[in-house]
Design a protein around this ligand. Structure first.
Ligand code: GLN
Length: 532
């Protein structure tokens, strides 16, 4: 394809309509037709990246191969497309302003007054277009965070207006809105959609396609009305009805011919319908489980389940591979005590202790690890979860009194988890952890090797603390074995207890790499252990 095509996805009426899933689904359908597609998220907040945000505020922070801390929607993009994203796929207002202000300080603007238009909008344009020019994608889908009409989103919408003018027929706008159902009158209402499109028009942007989120089927009359009021072809009024799993949305969008409308708009061939066979096979397994299992997910951000988005999705993928429905029992680590542990965890078939930061909830996590270890319940510790396994083992098996991570107790006599050397002088919080993909070599005699079926792996990271090598022999003699090591730094990436049914702690975040077409081997093996 000669020119990159740009699709802008905006949202109206309310947040949480699923712009990320619609973008990812459309990308999936276009990818299935042979196009090289990527998706980008523009976030309207002033943080330079979401790495410094509390998960309660914005859900999980998703880490890319190249170590960018990004919005959780990038996780959806990867899970759907099975292609890694990178730094360039997530842009925040903070990062835009930061680069413009840095340029201003360098004197790059040669005495000009620096303004939102054109300087901020130019920088936004540059970040959008770079995916086409430098990374050579055929189709770039740019999802604009927030809702039209928000003050914060204005520069983005203005950029879309300018780009529509510049790119002409190589660009289009898809606007996602809500059609609410009023129970009292038994009616679906189009007014919020009309208003939201009007707001977009006031900003000079005419949408080409409308995707209407709804709980009920939308009839032809309603679609005609929306088309009439919003200046779009009735064929381009697309319904996005609630479904039981996000993985069904690409098929729904195919039924609604969203991909065809896009191809027509760009004058690209609309030939055979892609079969999406592997996707459908996955969905079939997901929707027709042969058995059930239950695992506990122990963490301190469980009130907002989006905080563990990638872990949850990786569990879903692994469940499908095992032909099994996985019920996840969300357990707040602060609620766990010695007294209630068997009541809370007695019925589950596996225990996953989640990543996290800071000492709050640590006692509960350590109690959960102990319970899993002593009762031979499959245990999976991720990042802080792995560190908890190491600490619990020191305290209760090696009898290292008051052993801890120096993150939780600076004065511990046994810092079995300690700050990494390279982190000791780091003062700034943003983007300074050990981030992104690093290699790891597996011990052939391990559960991890059995799962990966490969000695050399790479996984993504996000941490400042690590297993303290000083104690390695104590652990090996005590029965907890490092089974994955970084070949360059010797950092312990995986610990296991071979005498246990399935006890694996990983310093990295395997969840980021689990996709529909490539479910993660450790999650698959963990779920399978809960069934054994
Ligand atoms: N707080 C721990 C560290 O920084 C673990 C981080 C995590 O779980 N992502 O090492």
């Amino acid at each position: 394809m000669v020119d990159t095509k740009y699709i802008f996805v905006t949202g109206g009426v309310t947040s949480s309509l699923g712009k990320g899933i619609i973008s990812a689904s459309l990308a999936k359908l276009l990818q299935a037709r042979g196009y090289k597609v990527t998706i980008q998220k523009l976030d309207p907040y002033l943080n330079v990246d979401p790495g410094t945000l509390n998960p309660y505020e914005h859900g999980e922070c998703y880490v890319t191969e190249d170590g960018a801390e990004t919005d959780l929607d990038l996780g959806h993009y990867e899970r759907f497309l099975n292609v890694p994203t990178s730094q360039g796929n997530n842009v925040t207002t903070g990062s835009i302003y930061k680069s413009v202000i840095e340029k201003e300080r360098r004197g790059d603007f040669l005495g000009k007054t620096v303004q939102i238009i054109p300087h901020i909008t130019d920088e936004i344009k540059r970040r959008i277009k770079i995916l086409g020019t430098k990374h050579k994608y055929d189709i770039v889908i740019t999802e604009i965070g927030g809702t039209v009409g928000d003050i914060e989103s204005l520069p983005y919408i203005e950029t879309v207006r300018q780009l529509r003018w510049e790119l002409g027929s190589n660009s289009m706008v898809i606007h996602l809105t809500l059609v609410p159902y009023l129970n009292a009158s038994g009616e679906l209402k189009t007014k919020p959609t009309q208003h939201s499109v009007k707001t977009l028009l006031e900003a000079g942007v005419q949408p080409d396609v409308l995707v209407l989120r709804t709980e009920h089927e939308l009839g032809a009359d309603l679609r005609r009305k929306v088309a009439l009021f919003c200046n779009v072809n009735i064929k381009n009024v697309i319904q996005s009805i609630d479904v039981s799993t996000i993985y069904e949305v690409p098929l729904k969008m195919q039924e609604e011919e969203l991909d065809k409308r896009v191809l027509e708009k760009f004058d690209l061939p609309v030939d055979d319908l892609p079969k999406l066979k592997p996707w459908k096979d996955f969905l079939n397994k997901l929707k027709n489980p042969q058995t059930t299992t239950e695992i506990a997910l122990v963490g301190k951000y469980v009130e907002l389940q989006d905080s563990y988005k990638s872990i949850y999705e990786a569990i879903i993928h692994a469940g499908a591979v095992n032909n099994c429905k996985v019920n996840v029992k969300w357990i707040h680590s602060e609620n766990i005590t010695f007294e209630n542990i068997s009541e809370l965890l007695g019925s589950v078939k596996g225990i996953l202790v989640a990543p996290g930061f800071g000492h709050r909830g640590m006692e509960g996590k350590l109690t959960a690890v102990k319970y899993a270890r002593e009762n031979n319940i499959p245990f999976f510790g991720i990042c802080l979860g792995m560190q908890c396994a190491v600490i619990e083992f020191a305290q209760n098996v090696l009898n290292f009194d008051k052993a801890n991570s120096s993150e939780m107790d600076e004065k511990t006599p046994f810092p079995v988890i300690d700050i990494m050397e390279e982190q000791k002088n780091v003062l700034e919080k943003g983007g300074t952890m050990r981030l992104g993909s690093y290699p790891c070599i597996l011990n052939k005699d391990s559960k991890a090797y059995k799962a990966y079926k490969n000695e050399d792996i790479t996984e993504r990271h996000r941490h400042r603390y690590e297993f303290n090598d000083t104690y390695i022999d104590d652990y090996i003699n005590g029965g907890m074995i490092p089974t994955g090591i970084n070949p360059e730094t010797n950092l312990v990436e995986i610990v296991e207890i071979p005498d246990h049914k399935w006890f694996v702690g990983v310093q990295f975040h395997p969840e980021y790499k689990s996709t529909v077409l490539n479910p993660h081997p450790l999650f698959i093996d963990f779920i399978s252990a809960t069934l054994a």
